[in-house]
Design a protein around this ligand. Structure first.
Ligand SMILES: Cc1cc2nc3c(=O)[nH]c(=O)nc-3n(C[C@H](O)[C@H](O)[C@H](O)COP(=O)(O)OP(=O)(O)OC[C@H]3O[C@@H](n4cnc5c(N)ncnc54)[C@H](O)[C@@H]3O)c2cc1C
Length: 475
């Protein structure tokens, strides 16, 4: 009865057209892009603005209905899973899609949660500015989802992750109150850093409705190259050399193992591979030319080419293919950004999104080359990595004959991977969050005191436990 009353109240608050309760209307929100997490909702609410989000939350709070925020549904950890019972309310932010302001002189943008990342890129480019968060899902993920997962992507080596790009937030709390900490300030020491609680909380503490984000001068040009090395030590040494030579202008340093290219040739045969034979270590490196100062002569082109030339001459670098046009640059990035399709093309697979200290990565991968066959006979590992920030997507294609769909088998493999990560001082979740996928890892590996503090924060903000229940915190 209470659910029917709640739906009627929601319709009163935001209009019949925006409370989707028919099976076919709800369906597209009930499954995420991975197609792994399919659930059932009571209804999906599509409020148009912050006040309407507040009304929706007040109603859900009064009736004790669980609410699952949904952005672009591109998350990779099951954070938008609605559960099986059909008693949760999906809350789509897609109609909060206004860029409220781009303040070019202050280099900030005030953006609503449902704005698609690529839309923000297009809008900022008109001001010769850039919001430097880039990854393959940018055409469908939303700023609210980016903030809630503290997304990383390819440019963290220069600009940090989404948390570093955010100055302030507007959040609707589980009881419907609006928390206005939409600061545009780079310095604001007025008490606890509340914004940072909601960034990366995966919708478990409140609903982000808008954010103030930092913008940067749009680079005048990019210098992009595909590089082949014998080993990771040489690759990471070149990253440091290039950072020194360019004053820290390396924007991306992305690593792919040789078997990535075998898979790529099957998945995207239309993409031309930059070298006939991949190297043991393959890297896509990008350096950004400073913003245009009216003088079109590129300042870093020579530095970039000379640094690569020196490395080739010394033998530390085996091969370099420099993009000669924007078209060639786009092709190189298309090759790297096919990682999602490449990892999925062989099922079943396990995607471990891990982070390691840069100087431990090579030893860790060597170590895993011995450990993996012991826990997963016949499996094959494939690594695609935001190497510049230590984040590896360590994908394991399982042997189909080894009972691969057994969840306990998968969990044993995950445990082995993550146990070694932890011994090397790394993290079992770098940028994809916890959602439901990594709840067992949280239970096993997260510091118990940290878990206790998180549980208290959750209870303080959401005593009725209606915000995205069952995610992030193990029971
Ligand atoms: C091809 C591909 C490439 C990818 N590459 C990367 C990558 O390089 N780096 C990276 O970090 N991620 C990557 N991802 C993962 C994903 O795109 C990001 O996690 C993205 O930030 C999710 O945004 P979204 O709008 O789709 O969020 P959703 O999937 O809709 O939601 C993600 C989580 O945030 C919560 N949420 C969403 N909106 C709000 C809100 N307004 N308020 C509160 N909670 C909210 C949801 O409840 C859920 O827990 C990739 C995914 C794909 C499919």
């Amino acid at each position: 009865m209470s659910q029917h009353t709640a739906i009627a109240e929601l319709i009163d608050a935001i209009g019949d057209a925006h409370v989707l309760h028919g099976d076919s209307d709800r369906a597209r929100y009930e499954i995420d892009q991975t197609k792994v997490y399919e659930g059932r909702t009571l209804a999906v609410a599509r409020p148009a603005n912050t006040q309407e989000v507040s009304s929706v939350m007040r109603i859900a709070h009064r009736h004790g209905i669980a609410v699952v925020p949904v952005g672009g549904n591109t998350g990779l950890s099951g954070g938008t899973w609605m559960g099986d019972n059909g008693d949760s309310l999906g809350l789509s932010l897609e109609r909060l899609n206004r860029i409220r302001a781009i303040k070019a002189d202050a280099r900030v943008a005030i953006v609503e949660a449902g704005v698609i990342l690529q839309t923000l890129h297009t809008a900022t480019a008109e001001h010769d500015l850039v919001f430097p968060l880039f990854f393959g899902a940018r055409g469908s993920c939303t700023l609210g989802g980016n903030l809630s997962t503290n997304a990383g992507g390819s440019n963290v080596v220069r600009y940090g992750n989404t948390r570093s790009l955010c100055l302030g937030l507007e959040v609707v709390l589980p009881d419907g109150r609006i928390l206005d900490i939409l600061s545009e300030l780079h310095k604001d020491n007025t008490g606890y850093a509340l914004k940072d609680l909601f960034v990366g909380a995966e919708g478990t503490l409140g609903v982000i409705t808008a954010a103030c984000v930092k913008l940067y001068p749009k680079p005048a040009d990019y210098h992009t190259a595909f590089l082949g090395f014998d080993n990771l030590t040489d690759a990471l040494a070149l990253l440091n050399t290039m950072q020194r030579a360019t004053g820290g202008a390396v924007e991306a340093f992305e690593y792919m193992t040789p078997n990535y290219f075998e898979a790529l040739a099957k998945v995207k045969p239309e993409l031309t591979q930059p070298v006939a034979q991949p190297y043991p270590v393959n890297v896509l490196m990008e350096v950004a030319e400073g913003a245009s100062d009216g003088n079109n002569a590129p300042r870093l082109a020579t530095v970039f080419e000379d640094t690569l030339g020196d490395a080739l001459e010394s033998g530390a670098l085996c091969d370099a293919v420099i993009a000669q046009s924007e078209g060639q640059r786009t092709e190189l990035w298309a090759m790297r950004e096919a990682a999602y399709e490449v990892s999925q093309h062989r099922r079943p697979f396990i995607n471990c999104d891990i982070c390691l200290p840069l100087d431990s990565i090579e030893t860790y991968l060597d170590d895993m080359a011995t450990t993996l066959p012991q826990v997963a006979p016949g499996a094959e590992a494939n690594t695609v990595s935001h190497l510049g920030d230590g984040n590896l997507h360590y994908v394991i294609w399982l042997d189909r004959t080894e009972n691969p769909e057994d969840p306990e088998h998968k969990d044993r493999i995950m445990q082995a991977v993550e146990q070694r990560v932890s011994e090397f001082g790394g993290s079992f979740s770098a940028e994809h969050g916890i959602g439901v996928t990594k709840l067992p890892s949280m239970k096993r590996l997260k510091d118990p005191v940290a878990l206790d503090v998180m549980a208290h924060i959750k209870s303080a903000l959401d005593p009725k436990r209606i915000m995205n229940p069952g995610k992030v915190l193990p029971d």
